[in-house]
Design a protein around this ligand. Structure first.
Ligand code: TXA
Ligand code: MG
Length: 360
């Protein structure tokens, strides 16, 4: 089992994402039940799972990720009956949301049942709950027999893993099992909504868009999700960041291509290794001598979301010093994509005032 002091023998079990081998699921479920750590795919990103009833396993999650103790974990469930274990106050609004969005990339924050340890919730009286839309995750939870807590399976502060290889890069030798079912679909994490506030508030934009949420909670409070003091503790730390310095450039296509080329030349002349992430619309407009990666078409935000973390990690693996990223519009999934890029960025350059925001 996972021991903080020794090197753990990490086993990778490859499974089919639709019809996984039940023997392998059972093997991983048993390890979870016994207090081990198992990384598994969800429809958003890979999660690092532990038994919600085992405090020692939960401590191991914080330890292997290097995660601050006040950043609570999401409890993952595989059927709606399990929710009564986690909360005693399922609100009518929560019932409507779970009927419509589960399984899927929506996490609901509700008041925590007494029986759940505060080590799960970073000492809070609320608990985040979601039902992932991935057969491997659902079967794993089902076979474990209890909710599984799981943060994203990356080292704290790094881009979330969208492939098993990313989990290997961050967690090899630290966790017991990685269930490899290929790349995850959505690529950015779930949307987190706090239903304990009046009106409900958006804590993290994600796979479910604000527009979709507004059909069910028109009064939802958006836009204060990263104010301080942060109510979603995860949002106060630098996040989703590769080792390289990240510069985000926003504005018209003309402005973006001009500034991206200028910045690349500037840092290249200082001896830096440059990576550039753009959409199709700037393809051919940035100097190809740099390590240029195309995230996708601006009309295909799904594709951009799905490639985002993978490209940041890929450029990092080339020992790039500076990654210059093209900003996109904040509509639909673009809102979550830009939220992640803003968090990852060391510098944000926007056309409007030519202002530079230093992000620490
Ligand atoms: O898509 C996802 O949500 C992925 C997959 C693995 O399910 N999980 C994930 O977990 O992104 P994590 O730990 O990386 O992010 C959880 C976010 C953090 O921002 C955390 O602060 C917030 O949810 N959160 C968890 N419990 C909370 C609570 N009780 N109150 C407020 N925010 C909470
Ligand atoms: Mg995370």
């Amino acid at each position: 089992m996972t021991d903080n002091k020794t090197n753990v023998n990490t086993v990778v079990l490859s499974v089919d994402p639709i019809n996984p081998d039940i023997n392998k699921i059972n093997r991983a479920a048993k390890i979870l039940a016994d207090g081990g750590l198992v990384a598994f795919p969800t429809e958003t990103v890979y999660g690092l799972g532990a038994n919600i009833m085992n405090d020692k396993a939960i401590q191991s999650i914080y330890h292997v990720k290097g995660r601050p103790a006040d950043n609570p974990l999401i409890a993952h469930i595989s059927n709606q009956h399990q929710i009564s274990l986690l909360t005693d106050s399922l609100t009518p609004k929560a019932e409507v949301l779970m009927k419509h969005f589960w399984p899927g990339p929506l996490t609901m924050v509700l008041s925590k049942a007494e029986r759940i340890s505060k080590s799960v919730t970073g000492d809070r009286n609320t608990i985040a709950i979601r039902m992932p839309d991935h057969n491997v995750a659902l079967l794993l939870i089902e076979h474990t027999g209890f909710p599984v807590v799981a943060p994203s399976a990356n080292l704290s502060g790094k881009p979330s893993p969208t492939k098993a290889q990313h989990v290997m890069d961050d967690m090899y030798g630290k966790i017991d099992v990685i269930l490899d079912a290929g790349p995850t679909g959505i690529g950015v994490e779930s949307t987190v909504v706090d239903l304990t506030t009046k009106p409900p508030s958006l804590l993290r934009p994600g796979g479910v868009t604000v527009k979709e949420l507004r059909d069910f909670i028109p009064e939802i409070k958006v836009g204060e999700y990263d104010n301080s003091p942060p109510r979603s503790p995860g949002m106060k730390y630098k996040h989703y960041s590769p080792n390289a310095m990240v510069i985000l450039v926003e504005g018209s296509n003309d402005f973006k291509s001009k500034r991206i080329n200028e910045l690349a030349d500037l840092y290249f002349n200082k001896g830096k290794k440059i990576g550039i992430m753009i959409t199709d619309s700037l393809s051919g407009h940035v100097d190809s001598k740099y390590n240029v990666r195309v995230m996708g078409d601006t009309n295909d935000l799904q594709k951009i979301a799905a490639s985002l973390y993978s490209l940041l990690r890929e450029l990092d693996s080339l020992n790039i010093n500076i990654i210059i990223v093209e900003g996109i519009t904040r509509t639909g999934l673009g809102f979550a994509i830009m939220n992640r890029l803003e968090k990852a960025a060391d510098e944000i350059i926007t056309e409007k005032h030519e202002e530079v925001i230093f992000n620490g």
